[in-house]
Design a protein around this ligand. Sequence first.
Ligand SMILES: [Fe+2]
Ligand SMILES: [Fe+2]
Length: 370
Amino acid sequence: MAEKHSYMQDQDVKDFTKDIQQYNLGPLWEAIPALMHKNPEPHAEAYLWSDELLKKKLMEAAQIFTPDRGGERRAIYFQNPGLTYRQPWGWASTTQTLYAAVQLLLPGEVAPSHRHSQSALRFITDGEGAYTIVEGERIFMEEGDFLITPKNLWHGHGHVGEEPMIWMDALDIPTIYSLGGTFFEPYPDKIETPKRPDNFSELRYSGGIVRPISDRYSAVAPLANYKWKRTAEAIEGLMKFEPDPYDGYAVEYINPSNGQTANPTMGAWMQKLPKGFHTKAHRHTHSSIYQVHRGSGYTIINGVRFDWKKGDYFVVPNWAWHEHVATEDSYLFSVNDLPIMERFDLEQGQVLDTNNGNQEVKSEFKAVPV
Ligand SMILES: [Fe+2]
Ligand SMILES: [Fe+2]
């Protein structure tokens, strides 16, 4: 059959397309397939960073970025290889919308206080004895804790313990950057002085179960720290019931004053996959960044197998088929942009209806050798 003639091949169309670009005008007839595809086609790629790599590079960073050099946080971010320096949302992007990093704080060190229009959350992966100080409240952190710092709240970090502390930071940096809404302000002093009792919100809210009768109205961050013990207990309770076929036993961290996600622009989940559990495959508009809190297994993303174990991080981009398999009892912490997608009414999902709901593995992910 003869190939259908496209007007795009006509010389006058080609000439005109070229002509307008010198005036900073653009040809929609050429751009529309890449701009308006049928489904999300994120530039972000599925990827995995190993625990060994991250620990090694953080320890090297500790030698180079010493406190006497001053400066900012000792954080190394996850740069999605599909988003490298692709403006406006490509720089420091782990997914199209979200940034994530690992941060190391050594005993005695301080990360200066500041505030910004990006919202932040932290998941503590190693150590204890460090605190974050948010709006004058020192919040002590230990492994498995989840903390929030919604936008424009003063926050800094200090460490009065004895071992290195490492945590995951996640922020909505690419989203705020692309919206043109970036504001940042350093605190006048190096770090805030405490204005409230330590762990004030955790004491007052009992982990989000109750609230003081004086706090009857919605607040942006009534509870700053979600302790691991309470999260683990909630998941154990869920395990008496049927698991979610796509996510196993999963809970979402919420703001106890309004029932919404703990951070207004980022969802955060903890999920347990018992040994041998194999989820069904699905895909959805929102993207997720996972930290393997405990256990080992693998996730198949668009037909590629990503093996993971405690301490690894991996990314599931928007609209990527994914399913998880646990080879031992596993806990996955994850951050997602579901609140952003829901705010714009963009969230959609699909389940795989072939091959009993599971993907075929076509290849395995190979990391850059460390
Ligand atoms: Fe910050
Ligand atoms: Fe999912």
